[in-house]
Design a protein around this ligand. Structure first.
Ligand code: ADP
Ligand code: ILO
Length: 342
């Protein structure tokens, strides 16, 4: 059983009881992914928030005594609960922000993660399977017309300067994430990874990073409804040609259990320079409205200029529409608090 030093806070350390370890330690899922692989990341990096990755859709059931606990602890979703999905953008309550609030928001982005039903997850695919996934996804995306029409850029063929520019402009994944590496998600990097995007870079798809697809809609400013509408249409189009791993209990299946369900993160980059000095209040509002605070250069980054990435924290058991609403309501409360700070 892994050793967790005193003070370890990860969900892995809380959920991995001696009884569950005994039950699961020699199990494999139907693709041969072992329980020990699933908990490798959080065993190696005890500072993880969660510390667990699945090898396939089946991992969530093959290691159920463990994953049920993790999922209930993170999402409050019980083994018999069902997941509901709705990308009905017409039902979103999102009137435009008044001008003084609108200018506090630099940009809006919503992404959903998806994985193909016919393959295990990125933690467990072979090089050949990763290649097949890339070909399938890119040939489907190449059929897109109108606003969604774009081009695929293979990571292996990009220059360092092109990569750096795309990362700095918040369009591309960074690579070199120790958590993903320890879960096997960066094997044979950069082979068969890449990004598809339209000319305006408002519709983007990451291929074979943490999940096989990350479908992204983003633009400058605070028009959350426009971003959600584009995402909803694009995800629907892709789903017509690609069968995604999904079930009634867990929703869309993802490598990391925190993303299960909608697999959606809806965020704004917002200036909160006064509120950041009152951390207790900032955190209390974030907790009350179920939003997560990140730095603006991606997960595990900090902020030094008062701009924050605010996004929905919940992903499972509620629809996409409800979770975009969480983000909107949280952002409104944070704006009020910022205005009230001296
Ligand atoms: P995730 O794909 O899980 O959302 P990250 O937090 O690592 O992962 O973010 C990925 C990239 O998207 C980063 O470059 C981040 O700066 C960018 N990003 C996230 N939200 C926004 C936003 N609202 N506006 C602009 N860029 C964003
Ligand atoms: N494994 C990392 C990250 C967890 C959540 N983030 C995702 C899905 N990228 C940890 O446990 O801190």
């Amino acid at each position: 059983m892994p050793y967790f030093p005193t003070g370890t806070k990860s969900l892995l350390s809380k959920c991995l009881t001696p009884k569950i370890w005994e039950q699961c330690k020699d199990r494999r899922d139907k693709h041969g992914f072992t329980f020990r692989q699933a908990i490798m990341s959080g065993s190696k990096y005890v500072e993880s928030g969660v510390g667990v990755y699945a090898g396939s859709h089946d991992s969530y059931y093959a290691f159920a005594p463990f994953f049920d606990k993790i999922i209930e602890a993170y999402h409050g979703h019980k083994p018999n609960d069902k997941h509901i999905s709705s990308m009905d953008y017409n039902a979103l309550k999102c009137p435009p922000f008044p001008p003084d609030e609108d200018k506090m928001i630099n940009s809006t982005r919503i992404r959903v993660a998806r994985n193909l039903a016919a393959f295990p997850l990125g933690t467990c695919v072979t090089r050949d399977e990763r290649n097949q996934i890339e070909s399938l996804v890119v040939s489907a995306l190449n059929e897109f017309e109108g606003e969604l029409k774009g081009k695929y850029y293979s990571l292996a063929k990009m220059t360092e300067a092109e990569k750096k520019q795309l990362i700095n402009d918040h369009f591309l994944f960074k690579g070199g994430d120790k958590y993903l590496q320890s879960a096997g998600l960066e094997r044979e990097w950069p082979a068969n990874r890449g990004i598809f995007h339209n000319d305006a870079k408002t519709f983007l798809v990451w291929v074979n990073e943490e999940d096989q697809l990350r479908i992204i809609s983003m633009q400058k400013g605070a028009d959350i409804l426009a971003v959600f509408t584009r995402l909803s249409i694009a995800a629907g189009e892709i789903e017509k040609v690609a069968k995604f791993a999904h079930d009634e209990h867990l929703g869309y299946i993802t490598s990391c259990p925190t993303n299960l369900g909608t697999a959606m993160r809806a965020s704004v980059h917002i200036k909160l320079p006064k509120l950041m000095k009152n951390k207790t209040k900032f955190d209390a509002i974030a907790d009350e409205y179920y939003v997560q605070i990140r730095g603006i250069h991606g997960e595990h980054t900090e902020t030094d200029d008062g701009v924050f990435d605010i996004s929905n924290r919940r992903r499972l058991g509620r629809s996409e529409k409800q979770l975009v609403q969480d983000m909107i309501d949280g952002v409104k409360a944070l704006i009020e608090a910022e205005k009230a700070e001296q």
